[in-house]
Design a protein around this ligand. Structure first.
Ligand code: SAM
Ligand code: SF4
Length: 330
């Protein structure tokens, strides 16, 4: 039985200024959503106010693609923060534009931010994000510092661990938490987005990473605000914490409390399963009433499946797997 679903992940657009190897590799033809088909700021607010909030949704995360590429991102944050029912408002970003936007986002009411940082070495970082021009590591790192400075706390860092690419940095990345109140989260590489890389490199179970950290420093259970699906630990006496998101090695569907709204308004019950998904944007345009929309979403909530990567297609890349996280709204 699923817990109460009160958390909506909202993709603001499917485009990105990075081309991470594991998410939207260069050279792959992605069918981007046309600009005119993106859910507009007022449509999103209407859906939240009239459909999701009345159904009990209280926690929202803005993601993408890269949410900071959306010119109206600060206004969208302010809209959602101003809804009196909002209990939590967070964002997942690659951090590249945070130096310039962190303060405005914080002032507009964004409460928490998760930033992807897969390497502490600019060369590896640029290789992962598919960058061949001036290194983007420093600006991303500055974005992280700026976010912390303006008051995002706890600040979460997301690391997708890929064998032979950045797994040798796990101890260095974990060490960031010793002196900083940061929450570093290691994410198991999923077979979503880049089939070749997944087949070629594979993934490392979280427990193996914990073993490495345990052997080096020791590791004890901890907790963190808004931990979601992460199992949270701490290096003894560290200021920050370590999270492990183990969707490959463990099924956490029974803890799943979220739905996903794509940038063009499709509501999906699950990262892996699009069964019954609803096109809320078209429904709005066709004049569906708010009670009708609420009924459709309520129905979808009952369809929310309990599956995981291993149970489905033996982890092969078929169906939903052929979509990237940037398209689904990771
Ligand atoms: N652009 C933003 C970012 O990178 O943080 C937000 C969107 S991104 C799709 C959201 C998260 O999905 C990131 O933390 C990214 O590392 C993760 N992600 C993307 N593809 C993944 C994959 N194949 N396996 C595991 N995590 C993935
Ligand atoms: Fe862009 Fe985020 Fe995907 Fe990287 S993981 S390509 S930053 S959407």
């Amino acid at each position: 039985m699923n817990p109460t679903v009160d958390y909506l992940r909202i993709s603001l657009l499917d485009r990105c200024n990075f081309r991470c190897q594991y998410c939207m590799p260069e050279g792959e033809d992605l069918n981007y959503i046309l600009k005119q088909n993106l859910l507009k700021r007022d449509e999103l607010l209407t859906l939240l106010r009239e459909v999701f909030v009345p159904l009990g949704f209280r926690r929202f995360r803005l993601t993408g693609g890269e949410p900071l590429l959306r010119p109206d991102v600060v206004d969208i944050v302010r809209d959602i923060a101003t809804l009196s029912e909002t209990q939590d408002l967070a964002m997942t970003t690659n951090g590249f534009l945070l130096s310039e936007k962190a303060e405005a986002l914080h002032d507009a009411g964004l409460q928490r931010v998760n930033i992807s940082l897969d390497s502490l070495h600019s060369e590896t970082f640029d290789k992962i994000i598919g960058n061949r021009t001036k290194s983007r590591w420093k600006q991303t790192w500055n974005g992280i510092q700026k976010a912390y400075e303006v008051g995002f706390d706890p600040l979460k860092i997301n690391v997708v661990v890929i064998p032979g690419v950045n797994d040798t940095e796990v101890l260095d990345l974990a060490a960031l938490t010793v002196e900083r109140r940061w929450h570093v989260r290691f994410i198991e590489f999923m077979p979503v987005g880049n089939a070749n890389l997944f087949t070629h490199k594979g993934w490392i179970p979280s427990e193996e990473l914990r073993q490495r950290i345990r052997q080096h420093w020791g590791l004890e259970p901890a907790s963190v605000t808004g931990a979601g699906p992460a199992d949270v630990f701490q290096i003894p006496n560290a200021k920050g914490t370590l999270g492990f998101i183990s969707q490959m090695s463990e099924c956490f569907c029974d803890r799943c409390n979220r739905m996903r709204l794509s940038a063009d308004g499709w509501l999906r019950p699950c990262l892996l399963d699009e069964t019954g998904q609803i096109d809320l944007r078209s429904a709005l345009h066709q004049g569906a009433s708010f009670p009708e929309l609420r009924q459709a979403v309520r129905h979808l909530l009952h369809l929310k499946p309990e599956i995981n990567f291993k149970d489905r297609d033996n982890g092969t890349l078929t169906g939903a797997y052929s979509r990237t996280m940037s398209q689904i709204g990771g």
